[in-house]
Ligand binder design. Sequence first.
Ligand code: ADP
Ligand code: ADP
Length: 227
Amino acid sequence: EPVIRLTEAKKVYRSGSIEFEALRGVDLEIGEGEYVAVMGPSGSGKSTLMNILGCLDTLSSGSYRLAGADVDDFDEVELARIRNQRIGFVFQQFNLLPSLEAWRNVELPLLYARVPAADRRRRAEEALDRVGLGDRYGNRPGELSGGQQQRVAVARALVGEPTLILADEPTGNLDSVSTEDVLGLFDELHGLGRTIVLITHEQEVADRARRTVRVRDGLLHGEEVRA
Ligand code: ADP
Ligand code: ADP
């Protein structure tokens, strides 16, 4: 069974009497260990797709299976649980808590998962080691560069050993050096067998993934696989 299986996925937004079909029948399978970029212009449905894949929202029709679980009938509590167990998120804006030291940000998913405190600290520090921030455990986000902050966010995404890493424009706020840094980290994670979905509108970023699927007007529109 693939990690992700979307079948005839449709998403309709309603405001009053107006309906808008943001996903119009998407079929997508992503297997364990794949590194896939989702590309498309603004308004094509990328965020909607990200929200579905990330269990932040549910489909209007069709089905979504994540790691063998049927997400379609989940309520908010079940969605929150599968998000926390299965998915590591990386966002464009880093989404770190500014008052917390790096390791305290990284331990957050473990806190939600009720991991004991001593284990949380050890695992948070190991995750920071893995992203090359072994000397920055105690720094707050404001004391770190943008690239370092995004590496803290990647450590936070990894710490719970999620089934899927879901990154939404992770280099959108980074200069070219930090972009290379973060993309290099994703290359490494891919090499270690992690499953990664990276949403981007930048071709150079998408080129780093092994497979690119294109979204246009709520439909998948061709795909490329690289050697
Ligand atoms: P992208 O991330 O590719 O820019 P989105 O998934 O955000 O695309 O949006 C796809 C389309 O759905 C756009 O036309 C957008 O205006 C519309 N849309 C997104 N969210 C909503 C919403 N909550 N209500 C109504 N329309 C929405
Ligand atoms: P992004 O920059 O990630 O593509 P958007 O600017 O498309 O995000 O959307 C930001 C937020 O606004 C999302 O939560 C989206 O669902 C919502 N949204 C987008 N378009 C509309 C719309 N036409 N009506 C209502 N909400 C929308």
